[in-house]
Design a protein around this ligand. Sequence first.
Ligand code: NAD
Ligand code: TYD
Length: 349
Amino acid sequence: MKKTLLITGGAGFIGSHVVRLFVNQYPDYHIVNLDALTYAGNLENLKDIEDASNYTFIKADIREASVINQIFEEYRFDGVIHLAAESHVDRSLKDPNVFIETNVLGTANLLNAARELWKDDKEGKRFYHVSTDEVYGSLGDTGFFLETTPYDPQSPYSASKAASDHLVRAYGNSYKLPFVITNCSNNYGPNQFPEKLIPLFINNIRNMVPLPVYGDGKYTRDWLYVVDHARAIDLVFHEGKDGETYNIGGFNEWQNIELIKLLCRQMDEKLGREPGESEKLISYVKDRPGHDRRYAIDATKINKELGWKPSVTFEEGLSQSIDWYLQNEEWLQNVTSGDYKKYYQGQYE
Ligand code: NAD
Ligand code: TYD
């Protein structure tokens, strides 16, 4: 069936994998990727599909309501998959306002445009909001986040995502806007900006730079390979029920320090270093303020209702990711030149 879909944030980490999957899998769909190309957006992530006949890129900012309304008017989208966001907790601690502007007001602008466009005919329309498990707050040693877990966001980033989730549900309730929301755990894989733990540490290990482990290193995250997240988004977009929320997770919890040691072992082997050499780079640093102790997703609902489960083990996914960063040295160099150095100094030195 022919459809025109808007994917926002498609030049970012997860968005680029979603755009690639949809462009390749659905030749009948016209995929419009809208992205402001902030520091985190990079069209090099999409080099392989940029000339596809069913793909269009638009550089635009979701904070600009009138521009967004014009684009909806012109393309008359049948569906929206909304990923554009400010996404890094540490940056949100330093500059919360841009998180509120993009994640809350930007989402509201998209919701208003969709509401207006679909006001007379909602048949087959869908607003898919991509969110995070961080909206549920922090867990103790036991327990999991369920779709029914009360929201308790702890950082400006997670609070802005929580606000956007509430807005999406409120538009569903108040204006019958057809929507789905997914809340996913930490992603890793190719094309992730090296401010997040795994690509930052891969880059530092490669360059023999100290590995800044926050606090006692015993914080726990549930890691999912980005391609498996993109597969879940495809499934929920096509088969998820209107008005529902699905949690997506890797069934894959790691304490940071254990993950970092695995990363060091895999990289020693790939770089031909003596076993234990990269681990010597581990350096405990001042903790992140208000650091969430543990995230863990119960992904039973999406597994039982839609048959989704991760396709790769963590060891395989991590090994493939390291290979990608080592083989794409130019990509890493491009994204770590210029402003990255300033960011790194401000955050770590
Ligand atoms: P990212 O930071 O890599 O990419 C974000 C993209 O959004 C970039 O291409 C950027 O240019 C674009 N963008 C930012 N502000 C914009 C604006 N005002 N207008 C238009 N485009 C703008 O983020 P990511 O890690 O790919 O995350 C994508 C989505 O998934 C986010 O909504 C995030 O909250 C969510 N999420 C991320 C993770 C994770 O582990 N990375 C986990 C769960 C959910
Ligand atoms: P991050 O990749 O920033 O994701 P999030 O905070 O959204 O879960 O961080 C993952 C974990 O790694 C988190 O517990 C913070 C920790 N961390 C460090 O110890 N050092 C670092 O330099 C970074 C970026 C993260």
